[in-house]
Structures are given as C-alpha cells and as structure tokens.
Write a protein that binds this ligand. Structure first.
Ligand code: NAP
Length: 376
C-alpha cells in the first residue's frame, strides 16, 4: 500500500487522482489532502478518505463543514513529510506548489508533478535538489508523461522531442478577432477539461511554452531540440526521435487519469477497467500542422524566456499567473495577457544562476509589475 498525499485535491488533477485511488482501494492510503477554498468538496473527500492531515486556505467560510474524523490541520510543507507518505501528488496550481514540492523532495518522497509552474519557475533549484536527494520527479502532465514513457528502456540518446499541441479553442479563429475573445470562449477547450488557469494558458498556448521548459528540465533535452506540432485530436501526447531516426509516439484517449495512474503505479502498469479504450477506427485519422506563431505570442514569450534562462522563466510564470487572474476577474482583455507578460519580461533584470530566494524575488516582482500595468 502506498501512502499518498494530494495537494490540490479539490481541483481537476486532485479529483482525478482520487478517482484512481477509488479504482485501487487496496493500493493506496490517503495520508493528506490539501485544498484552497472549495471546502464543500474537501469536506466530502475528508469524509470518504479519512486523511490524517488536512490543509485549506484559512479564513474560508464553512470551515466547520469538514467532518471532525481525526484529522489535524497541517501546512502543506509539513504534510508532505509524513513518514507514512510515499508519494506526493502536486496538483496545486501556479506558485502554490513550489515550497511543498521542495519539502517533499527534501523528505525523499516520490513527487508526481502536475503543477508545471513549479518547474518552470525554479527548474534549476528543483532538479538540483531532486538529484541531491536521489528523488525522481514523476511527470503527470500528459505530454511530459508521454515523453517519459517513450524514453523508458532507451539510452536517452534523444535527437528531438515532438511535443504535440491541440492548438486550443482559437486555432482557426480570424487573427484580428483574438483580442476580444470572451472568458466563456477561452474557457471552452476543444479536447481537455481542466482547471481555469491552465485552460486559459491552453488558449494562449502559454501552457505549451511552459511544457517545453518543463521537458527541458525533466529530460535535459535542449529547447532547440524540442519542436511543437499542432495535433488537434490530442491522441498522440508526444513523440521522441532517437539517434537512429526512429520515432516513438505515446498515444491514448485524452484523459488525464492515464498519466496520473502511470505516475502513481510507476514502475508498474495496472489494469483499470474504468479508463476509456483507445479506438483507432472511431478516431479515423490523426493530423499534424505547423504552429502559427503569430497566433500565439505567449508561446513565443515562453520559449524566449526558457532560452534565456536565469530568472526569466520565474518572471514569465509570475506575470502570466497575475495576467490570467486579471483576465478571469474581467479586469483585462484576452489580448492584454501577452502584452502584460511581454512588458514585464522586458523590464526584468535577470539573475543568471538563481537561488530559491532569487526565484521568489523575481516572481514577487513580476506579479507586482504586471498588476501595476493594469492600474496604469
Ligand atoms: N487539469 C489538467 O488536466 C492538467 C493537465 C496537465 C497539467 N495540469 C497542471 O496541474 C496543475 C493543477 O491544474 P488543475 O487543472 O487541477 O487546476 P485546478 O482545477 O484549478 O485545481 C487547483 C487546485 O489547487 C488548489 N489550490 C489553489 N491555490 C491553493 C493554495 N494557495 N493552497 C493550496 N491549494 C490551492 C485548488 O483548491 P480550491 O479549488 O479548493 O480552491 C485546487 O484544489 C496546474 O499547474 C496545471 O497546469 C493540469
């Protein structure tokens, strides 16, 4: 039985992680659940899984709704260190997962990482700490998981990674109308159902740029050898080309429970009858297109920040989280997201080999700078 801590248990990744736990009740014991403010759902999860440790954003209404069945309020950094915990699923969003991820690595837990912003912001710090502690980061994001699965059993002589992108909801929308897309349109992803922040990042393709940075850190493949190809069906989750020119693709229905389960069952594979079957005849054909860079300025900004390195990726992540938050609270238009991120990056003075403190400073500065632009 694996002891499991789930950070962000009320979110899309967290809920699907609990679906996997429900499918394998004899394999997991939920030791800790952490959420933000959805205490109604957290209460149900606490009732069902009886964790020892629970965290939520203090001051949220309805704290009393969580059944008092023996749990203790425990900060995330402490929760991940539980001696009975083997795996920590980091399903928080944005900066929230950074400190708990580092605490889990220091405590030598297996870290199943969905919260990609953590590695985008602080890739050098996270990877160095993981290496020092002999901890493997298990990718949960479907594309890095696909790359990881393609590379298993290979000698890692990777020529090229072909990272697939659905292209988001605005792949065919006339360019001149992109500035004025509504929140409802941006939140309507064609193939994946996800949390709000990543759904907006998927519409701007910031998410894809962040995945390039994530893959660069996780697999040590230079950004210049990671190519993004638009694949609207989201069936091939990524491909890896090896030294001899052979290409492996990992594919399956677009359902996050597959990569979540693989991260949790690793190095085994388990039978799960609840997951959808791959039906190639029903899918018919798989298509590929080049990416139209004019359509996705956020993607370009992410690639540039990843290539420059230093604290640029932390600024990218911080400014993006701030700008997406402003869009979601209807303070700025969709077209202003890349403008705010770009001007924040332009004003930044990067630290080349950042410490954790440098990363946190850069992130805080970026959020403040981004917010000030809206006020101006
Ligand atoms: N969803 C996907 O299919 C998918 C795929 C690949 C990668 N990812 C990555 O996985 C991460 C999570 O995505 P998601 O779609 O699951 O997001 P989500 O649905 O918005 O869930 C985020 C979770 O984090 C919690 N949270 C937010 N702020 C917190 C804080 N300060 N302290 C503790 N918990 C906090 C939320 O709690 P409340 O809801 O209770 O406030 C919620 O449980 C993101 O980094 C995303 O890029 C997601």
């Amino acid at each position: 039985m694996k002891g499991l801590v789930i950070l962000g248990s009320t979110g899309s990744i967290g809920r699907q992680t609990l679906d996997i736990v429900r499918a394998f009740p004899d394999r997991f014991r939920v030791m800790g659940l952490a959420a933000g403010s959805n205490l109604e759902l957290l209460a149900k999860q606490v009732q069902e899984f009886s964790p020892k440790a629970v965290y939520y954003a203090k001051g949220t209404a309805n704290e009393d709704a969580i059944p008092r069945n023996g749990w203790r309020f425990t900060p995330m950094e402490e929760m991940v260190q539980d001696p009975m915990a083997d795996v920590v699923m980091v399903g928080t969003v944005g900066r929230a997962g950074l400190h708990p991820t580092l605490a889990a690595i220091n405590a030598r837990k297996s870290v199943a990482l969905a919260n990609k912003e953590v590695i985008v912001m602080a890739g050098n710090v996270v990877m160095a700490q993981a290496q020092r502690n002999g901890v493997e980061i298990l990718p949960v994001d479907s594309e890095p998981s696909a790359m990881w699965q393609c590379m298993r059993g290979e000698d890692r002589e990777v020529l090229r990674i072909l990272l697939t992108a659905s292209g988001g909801p605005f792949r065919d929308r006339p360019l001149h109308t992109l500035d004025s897309v509504t929140q409802e349109e941006a939140l309507n992803h064609p193939t994946w159902r996800m949390g709000r922040k990543i759904t907006i990042d998927s519409a701007t393709l910031m998410n894809k740029g962040m995945e390039v940075i994530e893959a660069n850190w996780l697999f040590g493949v230079p950004i210049s050898r990671i190519e993004v190809v638009v694949h609207p069906q989201s069936i091939i989750h990524s491909m890896v080309e090896f030294a001899d020119g052979s290409v492996k693709a990992q594919m399956g229905p677009p359902d996050m429970r597959f990569p979540i389960q693989f991260a949790l069952s690793y190095p085994q594979r388990w039978v799960n009858q609840e997951l959808p079957k791959f039906k190639p005849v029903e899918i018919g054909k798989l298509t590929f297109e080049a990416m139209d860079m004019r359509r996705y300025p956020c993607f370009r900004l992410a690639i540039e920040a990843g290539q420059k390195g230093g604290t640029y990726p932390a600024v990218l992540a911080g400014a993006d989280e701030a700008a997406v938050g402003m869009f979601l609270s209807q303070q700025i238009s969709f077209g202003e997201i890349p403008k705010i991120v770009e001007s924040t990056l332009s004003a930044h003075k990067s630290v080349q080999y950042p410490s954790l403190e440098d990363v946190l400073d850069a992130d805080a500065w970026a959020r403040e700078y981004a917010a000030r632009q809206m006020a101006d």
